[in-house]
Design a binder for this molecule. Sequence first.
Ligand code: ADP
Ligand code: GLC
Length: 475
Amino acid sequence: MKIAFVSSEIYPFAKTGGLADVSHSLPEAISERGFKVISMMPLYKTVDRKKFGIVPTDIEFNVHINNKDYHFKVYKQKNGVKHYFFHNSELFDRDYLYGTPEGDYPDNDIRFGAFSYAVLEFFKITNFFPDVIHTNDWQTALIPVLLKAKYNWNNIGSIHTIHNIAYQGIFDKFAIERLNLGWDLFHMEALEFYDKVNFLKGGIVFSDAVTTVSPTYSREICTPEYGYGLDGVLRKHCHKLFGILNGIDYKVWNPETDPHIYLNYSSENIEKKSENKEIFLKEHNLSDPSKPLFIFIGRFAKQKGIDLIKDSIDDMAKMRANFAILGSGDKLYNDFFNDIKGKYSNIFIEVGYDEPLSRKMYASADFLLMPSLFEPCGLNQMIAMRYGTLVIARKTGGLADTVKDISEPHGYGILFNNPDKGEFIHSLLRGLNLYQDEHTMTGLKRSVMNLDFSWDASASQYIRLYEEIKFSKGV
Ligand code: ADP
Ligand code: GLC
């Protein structure tokens, strides 16, 4: 069984969010189980070629779209056979992956359309034909469309994973011409979406199976509230829609070996976690380790419920607690948090992307806040629990599948239902209250560290799906 895994970001080469983590850890888990997996992504300017030993191969070709030739050169890691990187300087030598904080790059249809063609050209040139192509999010959703409607490679199976249905890759209808797709694909049962072209819709319609990253989210996206206009399409294709919970890489996220945290620890010597907290507080000008430390780490986007934090900040400043907030994203939120930096003595704020700092925060915190309006899966909460940090989250998507409220038997987190300020503050107060009971807190921290958020169960589900698809192709 040969799998080609295609993604617009893969950790550690390029990452804007959880897609990169999954694009690293899922292929890894599949190949550890004896399957051949190759992973493919664009080679952006921001990828550190030297650090990762990325070198050119002699594979190069042109993709002819938008009335011109786009030259692609394929790179790989020295001594590596797992990752292939596709380079075109006009399309990918830019400062950001998808756009600046002000907005998306206007030619993203060409950028990711060209990359999608390039992946299929690569198979042709190298004569490496996978049994199943596994694509992810809108950036690679044209691949199943091209596979069936343009290349007619009908014995190659396809799985498309939706990591976030809020991002669909919607372009004006002349993308059909720019990408040589043919107007026969511009109808309701294919790429057309309110007189525009929708990449993700194409991926859903044309792939053999569609997965999303948690069971709850797979049900949510079939409703108008969460489906962002694609709920009808998904209900129509629900026979091939599966919710498979993401895992995290237990080697990448491990408090026993993490080189960035102050002191390594496990559930056996969890008192070292408190020592991490003490050092963190000192380093970031926060006082009194006897107070609980609440953290937020994530993209500053509406999705993450960042408005709840923004609107509650004065209340948080009055609580007998410390807060540390790390994130970046939409300009509105970057500006807000930059403006209030240093204003409150109990709130540390860092606007930016900083993996080492995030690791110190996971290791030091008592509670992680995830008040998301929607959350397809969420990795932050799994990482936090791996580091013995309890989770306060809104009960939605993958958060509902991974966090169990303390009011339930064997519960180990705090959940709230409605994304309003009252419920959010109430859940912070529940956290403060729980924190008073040191014995219970320590027990809960230990028990979340011993939960299993690895890929073990979910990798097997993917393998079953790959096998079923391969079998259905009769090859
Ligand atoms: P999403 O993909 O929606 O952004 P996830 O919870 O799936 O959310 O994944 C987020 C990933 O990105 C986690 O690995 C988290 O630690 C990381 N992350 C998010 N924001 C930052 C940041 N500002 N600095 C460092 N890591 C971050
Ligand atoms: C998306 C989602 C997040 C999920 C991640 C990986 O970015 O927002 O919930 O964990 O993809 O699947």
